[in-house]
Ligand binder design. Structure first.
Ligand code: C2E
Ligand code: MG
Ligand code: MG
Ligand code: MG
Length: 287
């Protein structure tokens, strides 16, 4: 299913200029306006350190949108509609801008702590020649430090052999921005290719974490990926951690970073700021 979605997204990217706005489906028309009026929301989910008692080290920005005409449109649907209708660059720019601005406020809730901000990037946007300039502009306008930004790119998208994407990634890293391969393990990237990709983190897809159940031993693949992470020098952020048992198993295998409902749901900027200041005052057990 995911493959078909990506294929369609690629097609849409190629045919971007062909789609006249009058022929866009209703949801896309509504989305155009939402982006222009900035009526989308951005929520933030904590990313924690497994080696430091669950301290929050950063947040991932996730876009949220309430359609006026259709009940609860999922974020995946929003991204798909945006990619298929040539809206993704504007959407991603809006999210990056809003997230950098919010992150300055969120970070202030814990004096003396510097926080990492993770923002998702569509592979369709990453292949654009002026992508790096657009990121530069947002960082300049907001003042968010490049070395506290991680851009998450989905693995399967990077398989497309696009020199522009690879050189963009290199330029971004030259500015101190770090790159994470999102949904790692669900795509097709060969291990040899991973070694040469300009990247800094692997975000292990939540499906691997779901396979950690209360019964039996840790899934062997998780051990292999832990070893791979060490040998490639790429720290893993484990996605979709929902309970204490999963967290304990990951920690015992040497995983250092995690994210999931167990640590916090995606929430508004003021709410995540509250969680951060609460956690700063009451150290979690084990610290
Ligand atoms: P992702 O980047 O892999 O984000 C993780 C997804 O897992 C999020 O879904 C998050 O809400 C969900 N999640 C977090 N913890 C748990 C957990 O413990 N259990 C379960 N079952 N799920 C968990 P969400 O927010 O619906 O976003 C879906 C995808 O949409 C994202 O996957 C990302 O690929 C894309 N996306 C979100 N925001 C943006 C954006 O601003 N720009 C772009 N280009 N893509 C975005
Ligand atoms: Mg992500
Ligand atoms: Mg992911
Ligand atoms: Mg995903």
């Amino acid at each position: 299913r995911a493959d078909v979605g990506l294929y369609r997204a690629k097609q849409a990217g190629r045919n971007r200029t062909v789609l006249e706005s009058s022929r866009r489906p209703p949801l896309a028309v509504e989305l155009v306006e939402a982006i222009a009026r900035e009526t989308l929301d951005v929520h933030y989910q904590p990313i924690v350190s497994l080696t430091d008692g669950g301290t929050i080290v950063g947040v991932e920005a996730l876009v949220r949108w309430k359609s006026v005409t259709q009940p609860s449109v999922s974020t995946e649907e929003v991204i798909r509609v945006a990619e298929e209708n040539g809206l993704i660059a504007n959407l991603d720019r809006f999210v990056l801008y809003r997230a950098c601005r919010d992150a300055l406020d969120i970070q202030q809730s814990v004096p003396g702590q510097s926080m990492i901000l993770n923002v998702n990037v569509s592979g369709l946007e990453l292949v654009e020649k002026d992508y790096v300039a657009r990121v530069d502009e947002v960082l300049r306008a907001t003042g968010w430090p490049a070395d506290q930004l991680i851009l998450e790119v989905t693995e399967s998208v990077l398989d497309v052999n696009t020199p522009t994407a690879i050189s963009n990634l290199g330029e971004l890293r030259g500015r101190g921005i770090r790159i994470a391969i999102d949904d790692f393990g669900t795509g097709y990237s060969s291990l040899s290719r991973l070694k040469t990709l300009p990247t800094d983190f692997l975000k292990l897809d939540g499906s691997f974490i779901t396979s950690i159940t209360d019964e039996g031993e840790a899934p062997p693949l998780l051990e292999v990926i832990a070893l791979l992470s060490v040998s490639l020098g790429l720290p893993v952020i484990a996605e979709g951690v929902e309970n204490e048992h999963q967290a304990a198993v990951l920690a015992s295998l040497g995983y250092s970073l995690a994210q999931g409902y167990f640590y916090g749901y995606p929430q508004s900027a003021p709410d995540i700021a509250k969680q951060l200041s609460r956690d700063a005052q009451v150290p979690l057990p084990g610290r």
